[in-house]
Design a protein around this ligand. Structure first.
Ligand code: ADP
Length: 257
């Protein structure tokens, strides 16, 4: 409990700092990209300097991608929550998961038959599942099984921030390489990555953490090297009140973070 509180406070502080820096940095990047474009207009595409200006544009775009990730992590994006059935969200994600995860990995879903009403920003919850799926794919280079299951938990949560009461649960599991304890303790830290340069930004899980926190939920991880990883996300269940909004076809497929 204390460890979770400490982690949440640390993420809060890092998030605020990162968000502030990312915002100002974005303005600088716009200037860099703008001037690189002006330079290109005065050059012929065959010239060496045109190639150099192109490299400036490409580097600025890569940096802009990173700052977008940082902004998402620091919860600077407004959320537009609506009441939906968690099971329906998972069914929707399942439809485009193959494009992220590839053909060698079997996708399984286990969805509770009864509706699980949650108040969420659809695009962001789908982003969470997409980021988890992208990591699962990277952890199973030789193929494997990727499972998303939904569940219901009653009673008070063990995790910091989540209030007592019923919670909808999403379990995301892979049969991949797993990770040791030292790694799993750090995965939610921004810029923490074990992947080679250019392959990982270290922001995917930090974004996941930020989104779950923003929804007043909790996330925990359990992993065994050589066997796989299980993420458990809990989101407050909202009972009674307005009808559930349909999920299908509401938004486009999120990019992996
Ligand atoms: P990135 O994927 O860019 O490295 P993330 O924040 O998404 O950044 O993940 C951080 C690190 O957490 C990864 O580099 C990896 O070491 C570890 N990780 C995350 N998910 C998994 C998983 N399903 N299996 C094994 N390791 C994982």
């Amino acid at each position: 409990m204390e460890e979770q509180l400490r982690q949440a406070q640390k993420m809060e502080a890092v998030g605020q700092l990162a968000g502030g820096v990312a915002h100002d940095f974005n303005n600088v990047l716009t200037v860099i990209a703008g001037y690189a474009n002006i330079l290109k207009m005065d050059l012929t595409p065959e010239s060496v300097h045109y190639g150099l200006a192109e490299q400036i544009s490409a580097a600025a775009e890569r940096a802009a991608q990173l700052t977008r990730g940082l902004l998402a992590f620091s919860r600077k994006q407004a959320i537009s929550p609506q009441r939906c059935d968690l099971g329906e969200i998972v069914r929707h994600v399942e439809q485009f998961l193959g494009r992220i995860i590839g053909e060698d990995i079997q996708v399984k879903t286990e969805i509770l038959p009864e509706p699980l009403p949650v108040q969420v920003d659809l695009a962001q919850i789908e982003q969470v599942l997409v980021n988890l799926a992208a990591n699962a794919r990277d952890a199973m280079p030789g193929g494997g099984v990727f499972t998303i299951a939904t569940g219901l938990r009653e009673g008070s949560s063990y995790a910091h921030g989540a209030a007592a009461g019923k919670h909808a649960v999403i379990i995301v599991a892979d049969s991949g390489e797993g990770m040791d304890e030292a790694t799993s303790r750090r995965i939610f830290e921004p810029f923490f990555t074990t992947k080679e340069v250019g392959k990982g930004t270290g922001l995917g899980m930090a974004i996941v953490y930020g989104i779950v926190q923003q929804h007043k939920g909790s996330i925990s991880v359990s992993s065994t090297p050589g066997q796989g990883t299980v993420f458990t996300i809990e989101l407050p269940l909202v009972e009674g009140g307005a009808a559930l909004q349909p999920v299908l076809g509401q938004q486009s497929v999120p990019q992996t973070g």
